[in-house]
Design a protein around this ligand. Structure first.
Ligand code: AMP
Ligand code: MN
Ligand code: MN
Length: 335
């Protein structure tokens, strides 16, 4: 652990010890890492006698609802934001470095007058005022949180082990992506010893495909483009297609990773048309293409091999521009 992280960890523990009411949040369209980390932290805080509640910008996708057994992770509503953030003395922000990724919750968080602790593994710097526990070498926020909890003297009970394991399994694609390290496997082994049920967690996270999703995927994969001698793969997903299929954003999760898994592909891009003329772009790379930098050109970010951007323009207006930048990043790659 670096000196900066050690100091941040101590400062965070101080704040948690002093706090009575804690609210925990993560990014828009919460994922396995955000939710699993939230649930594990909430369990620890409750066991420490604190009031700890989760409040997110959106509800949990169906495949992560099993994590909400004891601790609900509701989506944003103004009444809950007022009630929870109005009375909390500490806010824990997990798996985000950019306040804009809080979506509808962002103004409430900006107005929050209590202390803030961030636990995150994205490439920084953190855009939040407060204590920043950041480790960009951690495969998942949950991998970092596991280390922090150990330093805070927390006992990892089976509910926490399950949540942390699900989070790490999700962010590493089942221990397959390039963020997976020996440390990731050591943490996973520890979590299994503490009661994480590997088979059951993986069944929930990776093998609970709804018929809607299966039908949507069969259409989505009919539309992929390959160019640059098969090094660049992309799909532009219209709002109409999503609507016709009755699909939720969570139903297309994993599509961009599957695109990346095509042989020869070095850069995969998924465009999703959102309402109100906005476009979500997901970037994944294999090897040396730095998609954090590529997404950064469009106001987004993330990690070197996985990044995203939310562009406030209609999909038709952004596809060509993003693809031009993408081709350029492949050329730089060769040079
Ligand atoms: P996604 O394509 O949404 O699955 O995101 C890929 C990675 O980039 C995840 O680690 C996200 O947390 C991160 N990410 C996505 N969108 C943004 C954004 N607008 N700004 C910064 N990081 C992002
Ligand atoms: Mn995340
Ligand atoms: Mn993460």
């Amino acid at each position: 652990m670096s000196g900066d992280l050690r100091r941040a960890s101590r400062a965070a523990l101080d704040l948690f010890r002093r706090a009575e009411r804690v609210v925990i949040t993560t990014h828009v369209q919460p994922d396995g890492d955000g939710l699993g980390s939230e649930v594990a932290l909430a369990h620890w805080l409750r066991r420490e006698g604190k009031t700890a509640n989760i409040l997110n910008p959106h509800p949990a996708p169906r495949r992560f609802r099993f994590l909400e057994k004891d601790i609900p992770a509701p989506g944003f509503d103004p009444e809950a934001a007022e009630r929870l953030l109005g009375t909390a003395d500490l806010l824990a922000v997990l798996d985000i470095s950019v306040p804009a990724r809080l979506g509808g919750l962002e103004p409430w968080v900006r107005n929050f007058t209590g202390d803030v602790v961030v636990v995150d593994h994205h490439l920084g710097p953190s855009g939040f005022e407060g204590v920043d526990c950041r480790d960009t070498s951690a495969a998942a926020t949950a991998e970092l949180l596991h280390e922090l909890l150990a330093g805070w003297g927390a006992e990892i009970v089976p509910e926490m082990a399950t949540a942390l394991y699900a989070a790490i399994a999700y962010d590493t694609g089942g221990f397959r992506y390039s963020n997976t390290t020996a440390r990731t496997h050591r943490v996973a082994a520890d979590l299994i010893e503490r009661g994480a049920d590997v088979h059951e967690i993986n069944r929930q996270v990776f093998e609970s495909v709804s018929p809607t999703r299966a039908r949507l995927l069969s259409r989505v994969f009919g539309e992929f483009h390959l160019e640059e001698e098969g090094r660049l793969a992309w799909i532009a997903l219209s709002g109409d297609l999503m609507e016709e299929a009755g699909a939720e954003p969570e139903d297309v999760e994993g599509v961009v990773e599957t695109l990346r898994s095509l042989e020869h592909v070095e850069l995969a891009i998924l465009f999703k048309e959102l309402d109100r003329g906005a476009t979500k772009v997901s970037f994944r790379s294999a090897g040396e293409v730095d998609v954090n930098r590529l997404a950064g050109r469009f106001g987004g970010g993330g990690h070197k091999n996985a990044a995203g951007a939310l562009i406030k323009q209609p999909m038709g207006a952004v596809v060509e521009e993003v693809l031009a930048a993408a081709r350029e990043s492949l050329v730089q790659q060769v040079g």
